[in-house]
Structure formats: C-alpha cells, structure tokens
Design a protein around this ligand. Structure first.
Ligand code: SAH
Length: 248
C-alpha cells in the first residue's frame, strides 16, 4: 500500500489573518495577500492555504472562489493549537530603519514573546513606524511557522520602563563594558526574562546606574568585542533560548 502523501504539503502558502478564524469560515483575501496568492503563487481553485490569527492556532483552508484581485478561502479544519511561547521580551533602543526591521524579523523568528522599543538618551531615532515593524514580524511569523505574533509595545522611555518593571521578570542588561557571561547568567536565573540592548551610542553613565539599581537586573557580557546593537540582540536571544531549552 502506498503511503498517503503529507497533506497539506510543506510548500503550502501560510498567511496571517487579522480576525478570529474558525471551521467553515469564508475569508476574503485582497491587496498584497491576494497578489501573493494569485500572481506569485498562482494558486488554483482547491489549493490548500495555511492560516493563523495569532490566537486560535493554525487552520487549513482551501481556495474556493478566485477573482482578479481578490479571492475567498474556506476553512476546512484546524491543523494545530497555538504553540507555547517562551517568556522572553526584547527591550531594544530603536536604531536605523533597515537594522531595526531586521531586529523585528529575527526576534520574531527566534521566538520572543514581546518586542518593546525603548527610548534612551543616545537614541537618535525620533519616529518609529510601528506598522512597518509589525508587518515585518507578520512576514517572519508566516515564514517560520509561528502561530502567534510577538506583542509590540509602544516606544517607552527607559526611565518609565525601569520604574514600572515587573518584579517577577529578570532583566538581562547587555553591557559591552563587561558582565557575567550571558550563558552563565541565564543558566543560573531561569524563568520570565527580558533582554535590554542599548542604541548605537550605548547607554550613558546615569542610565547604566539606573538599570543596575533594579534588583532584578544582571549585567551580562556577550564577549570581548563590541557588537552592533542588532548583532547583540540576536546573540542574546539565541543564548537565552539555548540555555532555557527553547520550548516549542
Ligand atoms: N557605543 C558603544 C557600543 C554600543 S553597542 C561603544 O562604542 O562603546 C550597542 C549595544 O549593544 C550596547 O548598548 C549593548 O547593549 C550591546 N552590546 C554590544 N556589544 C556587547 C557585548 N560585547 N556584550 C554585551 N552587550 C553588548
């Protein structure tokens, strides 16, 4: 007897839908997502599409009506529930456009629960386009198989962030001037965590003192070299995930 081929196939398009999904629901797709399915993927009636809404897991849908610029997908059933997301926040000072977009994408792929931009003295980015960051995280989630999106915080000043920082969460402060090797710090301090990364100019002296005054802050080192902020963010998330066992 021949084996049943895996259904849906691995190459099935996967889309985030901003609205709650359920079995039997007909979802109208337009704009960029319609262009992607109709013109890039050239799907036909009956084609399988995976959908997720960030809340109810992942669903299998089928293209039922194709228009010129839009289409209808009908949800056939659930493929899986939402996965457990490790309780890690990335707190990072905004940096130049392409680099912060990259941080948003990689943080999503690597599995953070929340991405919170933090405004510091040496942050020279005045306006942050959260919609653009969110769309980068959506694309990353579609591509990497996440069923939830990281939450995206409104930019917050460092002082306000520290004043309201929750007691049960460890703050790993990435400090290029030295600290506990990050792997050792995470191994010794499991549980809910946040990683704090400075801007290109680093934190100033008063900021460093304010961060370290927080009872739950630990200054951590990512090695002897001074990393760009986006490299530091990526390395720190990876170390935390590896040390905590990267739950699925
Ligand atoms: N302007 C600073 C470097 C800032 S690097 C200088 O020239 O000295 C940007 C951010 O990346 C820092 O604020 C820090 O949070 C993080 N970072 C860079 N290298 C690091 C390292 N080796 N260990 C820990 N954090 C680091």
């Amino acid at each position: 007897m021949t084996a049943t081929p895996a259904w849906p196939p691995d190459s099935t398009p996967r889309l985030f839908i901003d609205g709650l999904l359920s079995e039997g629901l007909e979802v109208r797709i337009d704009d960029g997502q319609a262009h992607y399915l109709l013109s890039v993927m050239r799907i036909k009636v009956g084609a399988p599409i995976k959908l997720f809404d960030g809340q109810t897991g992942e669903w299998l849908a089928e293209a039922t009506v194709l228009g010129r610029r839009d289409l209808i997908l009908t949800i056939a059933g659930k493929l899986r529930d939402c996965e457990t997301v490790p309780d890690l926040w990335l707190l990072a000072a905004p940096i130049k456009k392409a680099r912060i977009d990259w941080i948003a994408e990689k943080a999503c792929e690597l599995g953070v629960a929340r991405y919170q931009p933090v405004m510091t003295h040496r942050t020279n980015i005045e306006r942050l386009n959260l919609d653009r960051l969110r769309s980068h995280m959506i694309e990353a989630a579609e591509q990497c198989g996440r069923t939830t999106l990281p939450t995206l915080g409104e930019p917050i000043k460092l002082v306000a962030l520290l004043a309201s920082f929750e007691a049960g969460r460890r703050l790993f402060f990435a400090d290029e001037t030295g600290g506990v090797p990050m792997l050792d710090a995470v191994t010794a301090n499991p549980g809910p965590a946040a990683i704090l990364i400075g801007p290109e100019g680093g934190f100033d002296t008063a900021e460093r003192a304010a961060i370290m005054a927080l009872p739950h802050a630990i200054g951590v080192s990512l090695g002897q070299r001074i990393l760009r902020a986006e490299t530091a963010a990526l390395a720190a998330i990876t170390i935390w995930m590896a040390a905590t066992g990267t739950p699925d």
